[in-house]
Design a protein around this ligand. Structure first.
Ligand code: B3K
Ligand code: ZN
Length: 870
């Protein structure tokens, strides 16, 4: 039987709700007994059937107001009570179930992670614990009692406040928790285990003291301090920027090793992938530090945007995710560098989200149709969702945006809301019409702006001709015009001076409201033909087509005030150059490096104002970023053009690069903006130098003298990328030092997966047996297998089909163990329409093989089915 799709348009107000839940867990790794007391309220007096969701447990018993109850039917995923003989407006159900956490490899519901036990209920994991109206618009008050062996599970945690605890004669103990805030079942959490505990406090803006607790595996206490500092920064920032204060007396974070995603915002008890908690200079890179802070912030910010105000149904997921990503982006931007953060976010959006829009999985940020909800925790819902919020912010400005936020919170606190509730609050608070803007919620695809300009030198008039178009996507053929905020600047050709934007003689906004399929914007009193900087700060998630000359690009690179524009200009120069070389490669002509690129890079290297920006501007776009510019991707050609550019730039600028490399040493390791920037710049220089005759010597000594993971990893990764003589020695050394630590080994596995030498697949296959590898751990699987399938495009797409066959074997296994992880890994395979016919045939064949698996999980089915229907 094929899994059934749900549609947004079919939403119905529930007939029943649950006002209170009293849970009792008799916890044991192999046999846990759950007793759930549900206070059910009949909201529709006519309703006689109560359907509860539930699967993957053993059902023991059901009582209705204390009496055994037999009028029900069951199927694989639900239990339906026949209530035609009762007219109670309110009643209590008692449901008993039996679970086996140790056998639950899906990592949803209640499962064992290492020696501990924890839960993951979003989106629909609660129904793997007990029967429940498992939908986000059912808000109930939870009381949870956990009883378990005291030596095995000294800590027993759940949401809210600890209200009672005690010991039993048989060596077990119990703790009871109560969460005063009604919440949907997906925010329920339970954790039991033996941990080291880091404690601190935070005093909120109204003067309340909150206990902060971070639980980590024993021995890891020194790796939790950064997370704690990050949490305090997040709490303070949310008060200062959004006026939002924490509402419980305790905030707990638990780090676990087995986790399907990054982290989970359960009320008062966040469960985190240990990757986003643990850090010290020996084990974590600068990027890890920043990522940890951002994920800690993200989950914390959910307390308001997600928990206090949750989603009416899962189609509204972007209501909480897009908004919370926007908030975490702003948090990082305010604490570190706004432009650097913007550049990084745009890189992700353009490479991964644009690719999703072009794939069979294309969907609007508020999807219309879903088979497996877990498949919709996507870059579209999250990152494009955040871009949509950012556009509202651009249109309204900070002050009106915050006014809109306050109204949104006031109107929706304690409820399950919709995206429309949010937009409507923004609209009413600002009195800015967002009617057309709302289409961003319902329309998928990446819009393209085609821009040309004309200069009327007699009348000093400059005109921009702007056309918008969104191509059909897999899910939606007809596209409407969007309201696109296009931020621009004009620069003078000679001195690169920024010009005032005037209409008649009145100043006009630098944000153009693009709304039609074709519009002309006119600027007056422009004395010379200007150079336009378009889409400053990436003011909308669109592709831009304007035919810049090299001279214009050099003006923007040198003089634009907007950092994003300058970085983006360098990207354009790189992309043009890569493109030309790709064509030369495909036509069997010798590849070459232009004078323009050298001039641009020399300028960048000489600019010492902002090391981090210099590092970002210096780096070539990744192969996967470059690939996104093409309808049909040539992985071998892209690899070769990329490789050529790396070598040619290194050869042409060796002395400048060496000079910067030596100038930017950091002696002690500190996590601050200055030092992070120095390391980034130095390692970017090394990424070119590795490809020179001195490469081996430099990389080897970089590795030997590194006193932190950022530098160690830079060297290790370059030794494989540039296939240096020291490669195997460094890889072995790292393995010897870290094989006991899975998190650190993930870095090594990614490097192995993405190694460019021809036998990479063989290596990856043999590493499936490595002592640090564990097929049941999502982090390991993503590092090694994801490293190969997503970060090694040339070899994954090997023309003999070996990469595809490998992924099929892996997915067959993951379908049994953990389909959610499998469904992430399958992405490169469903994007077959982006490749040549020969590869397409092989990829389709692989998908068809998968479709034949018995018991194909809905996660994989949904993606494969969509892909093959193209
Ligand atoms: N809300 C969770 C993600 C849940 C994913 C379920 N498959 C983490 C987050 O976005 O904060
Ligand atoms: Zn989130």
């Amino acid at each position: 039987m094929q899994p059934k799709a749900k549609y947004r348009k079919d939403y119905q107000v529930p007939d029943f709700t649950v006002s209170e839940i009293n849970l009792d867990f008799q916890l044991d790794s192999n046999e846990t007994i759950v007793t759930s007391l549900l206070t059910v309220v009949r909201k529709n007096p006519q309703a006689t059937q109560l359907r509860l969701d539930g699967h993957s447990f053993e059902f023991l018993s059901l009582k209705y107001n204390d009496s055994d109850f037999k009028s029900f039917t069951q199927d694989k995923n639900s239990l339906t009570l026949d209530l035609s003989n009762s007219s109670d407006e309110q009643f209590v159900l008692e449901i008993k179930t039996k679970l086996n956490p140790a056998k639950n490899t899906s990592l949803q519901g209640l499962y064992q992670s290492g020696e501990g036990i924890c839960t993951q209920c979003e989106a629909e994991g609660f129904r793997q614990i007990t029967y429940m109206l498992d939908r986000p618009d059912i808000l109930a008050k939870y009381t949870t009692k956990i009883t378990a062996c005291k030596t095995q599970f000294p800590f027993l945690l759940s949401n809210g406040n600890r209200i009672a605890q005690g010991e039993l004669d048989d060596g077990r103990h119990w703790v009871q928790w109560q969460d005063p805030y009604p919440k949907p079942s997906y925010l329920f959490a339970l954790v039991a285990g033996d941990f080291d505990l880091l404690q601190d406090t935070f005093v909120t803006m109204s003067g309340r003291e909150v206990a902060l607790e971070i639980y980590v595996d024993r021995g890891n206490l020194d790796r939790a301090t950064w997370a704690m500092e990050s949490l305090k920064r997040a709490m303070k920032w949310d008060e200062e920027r959004f006026g939002l204060e924490y509402d419980l007396d305790i905030y707990m974070i638990v780090a676990v090793d087995f986790f399907n995603m990054g982290a989970m915002e359960n009320k008062g008890l966040n469960v985190f992938n240990s990757k986003y908690v643990l850090a010290n200079p020996q084990t974590a890179t600068d990027t890890d530090y920043i990522d940890i802070e951002s994920v800690i912030g993200h989950e914390y910010f959910h307390n308001w945007t997600g928990n206090r105000i949750t989603c009416r149904d899962w189609f509204q997921l972007s209501l909480k995710e897009g908004l919370t990503v926007f908030r975490d982006q702003e948090f990082t931007a305010d604490l570190w560098s706004r432009s650097v953060k913007r550049i990084e976010d745009v890189r992700l959006l353009r490479s991964v989200q644009f690719a999703e829009d072009a794939s069979p999985m294309a969907h609007p940020i508020r999807p219309e149709k879903v088979i497996e909800m877990n498949n919709f925790y996507t870059v579209t819902v999250y990152e494009k969702g955040a871009e949509v919020i950012r556009m509202i912010h651009t249109l309204l400005g900070e002050e009106l945006f915050q006014k809109g936020m306050q109204l949104y919170v006031k109107e929706n606190d304690g409820t399950a809301a919709t995206c429309e509730d949010f937009v409507s609050a923004m609209e009413r608070a600002s009195e800015i019409d967002l009617t057309q803007f709302r289409r961003w919620y319902s329309q998928s695809g990446t819009p393209e702006l085609t821009i040309s300009d004309e200069y009327d030198e007699r009348n000093y008039v400059y005109r921009l001709h702007i056309a918008q178009n969104t191509e059909a996507t897999a899910d939606q053929l007809d596209k409407l015009n969007l309201h696109i905020p296009l931020k621009i600047q004009l620069y003078s050709q000679e001195k690169g001076k920024k010009l005032k934007l005037l209409h008649k003689s009145q100043p006009v906004s630098d944000v153009l409201d693009v709304k039609e399929d074709y519009q002309i914007f006119e600027f007056h009193n422009v004395k010379h033909q200007p150079v336009p900087a378009l889409l400053c700060d990436f003011s909308a998630p669109v592709r831009l087509d304007y035919n810049y000359t090299n001279e214009q690009l050099l003006v923007l690179l040198k003089y634009a005030e907007n950092d994003f524009v300058r970085w983006n200009t360098m990207q354009t120069l790189f992309n043009n150059e890569l493109h030309e070389n790709l064509i030369r490669y495909q036509q069997n002509e010798p590849l070459q490096l232009s004078e323009t690129i050298i001039e641009a890079l020399k300028f960048v290297l000489a600019d010492t104002k902002d090391n981090m920006l210099t590092a970002l501007m210096l780096a070539l776009p990744k192969e996967t970023e470059f690939a996104e510019l093409f309808k049909v991707i040539d992985p071998q050609g892209i690899f070769s053009a990329h490789r050529f550019m790396q070598r040619a730039i290194a050869a042409a600028l060796k002395n400048d690069l060496l000079d910067l490399y030596y100038k930017n040493q950091t002696l002690t390791y500190q996590v601050n903006a200055t030092d992070i920037a120095k390391r980034a710049l130095r390692n970017t220089c090394l990424s070119y130098l590795a490809f020179t005759s001195q490469g081996n010597e430099l990389v080897k000594s970089h590795y030997d003298f590194a006193n932190n993971m950022t530098d160690t990893l830079a060297a290790l990764s370059l030794s494989t990328k540039a296939e240096l003589a020291c490669r195997d020695e460094l890889l072995n050394d790292f393995e010897q030092k870290w094989h006991h630590d899975g998190l650190v080994m993930d870095k090594w596995f990614v490097i192995q997966g993405s190694r460019p030498d021809e036998n990479a697949l063989e290596v990856v296959q043999s590493l499936l047996e490595h002592r640090s590898f564990n097929f049941k751990n999502p982090n390991r699987v993503r590092s090694l297998i994801g490293g190969f399938c997503s970060h090694n495009p040339r070899l994954f797409h090997a023309i003999d089909g070996s990469g595809y066959r490998f992924l099929v074997e892996i997915l067959i296994k993951l379908n049994e163990i953990n389909p959610q992880v499998g469904s992430r890994l399958i992405e490169p395979l469903i994007q077959f329409s982006r490749y040549d016919n020969q590869r397409q045939t092989l990829m389709r064949r692989s998908l068809k093989r998968l479709l034949e698996i018995d018991n194909l999980a809905s996660d994989l089915f949904e993606k494969i089915d969509k892909a093959l229907q193209q």
